[in-house]
Design a protein around this ligand. Structure first.
Ligand code: F6R
Length: 240
């Protein structure tokens, strides 16, 4: 596991550069994408690279990590909506090649075929991850088995509290989600993780220094052959 420390602007640009490098080397690359606040600047930099004519994503496919159960893709807190607003509509990826888990309707059927779809697309070439303050990656909360594939899960009180900042009221935050599993994520050929702020320091310690345990789901990344962690000084403070 490699660790790179810098401010949010610097590390976001470095991660966007990694995505651009992968897509330039393989225009049909399969991109693993995350939502949340952490990747926002990365997506802005990826869109800028497209606008500047440096890269085209027109032959790429994408798979997102997770979605809230109960939210339609048109809901402004759904992850489908987030991706459209923050990345897809700013680049030339074809919408039919973007995959986000469903949170309504026959979402379980889609969830059950998600890993197979990723495999059939050739596997994820580069996966971006954020990290929860409780050490979750995607919505794999503490206690999730390391061999988990895409599944439905209950969010912890901590995650609901953390994510309530984006809703009008904490009672509106969905309590369940569908998420790629830890084994699904570990299959990605290359992983980049971004963490900023003091709120992430404990999780980042577990990620880099802690024992590999299902109580700290992110710790499994220590076993990945090509994982780089990008942190700011605050997120890195307990490791130092
Ligand atoms: C989102 C996801 C989550 C977030 C994590 C951090 O698709 O998979 O694991 O990455 O909850 O969220 P932010 O970046 O909002 O702090």
């Amino acid at each position: 596991m490699k660790v790179i420390v810098g401010n949010e602007k610097e590390i976001s640009q470095l991660i966007a550069d990694e995505f651009v490098k992968v897509v330039k080397a393989k225009p049909t690359a399969v991109l693993g994408l995350a939502t949340g606040t952490s990747p926002l600047m990365v997506y802005a930099d990826m869109a800028k690279a497209y606008k500047d004519g440096e890269v085209s994503y027109k032959d790429c496919k994408s798979f997102n990590l997770d979605e809230y159960v109960g939210l339609e893709g048109t809901h402004d807190q759904s992850y489908r909506y987030f991706m459209t607003e923050n990345l897809f509509k700013h680049i030339d990826i074809k919408l039919e090649n973007t995959h986000v888990l469903l949170g309504v309707g026959d979402y379980k059927a889609y969830m059950n075929q998600y890993d197979k779809e990723i495999d059939e697309a050739g596997g994820i070439d580069i996966q971006i991850l954020g990290i929860g303050s409780d050490g979750h990656i995607a919505f794999n909360e503490p206690g999730t088995p390391f061999d988990s594939l895409t599944h439905e899960t209950e969010l912890t009180e901590q995650t609901i509290k953390d994510n309530s900042r984006l809703f009008n009221d904490i009672s509106e935050v969905p309590t369940r989600a569908v998420t790629m599993g830890l084994a699904s994520i570990m299959k990605a050929k290359k992983i980049v993780l971004i963490a900023t702020g003091k709120n992430k320091a404990k999780a980042v310690y577990g990620l880099i220094k802690g024992p590999i345990t299902e109580d700290m789901p992110c710790s499994i990344l220590q076993k990945h052959p090509d994982c780089t962690v990008y942190v700011d000084e605050e997120a890195y403070s307990l490791v130092k």
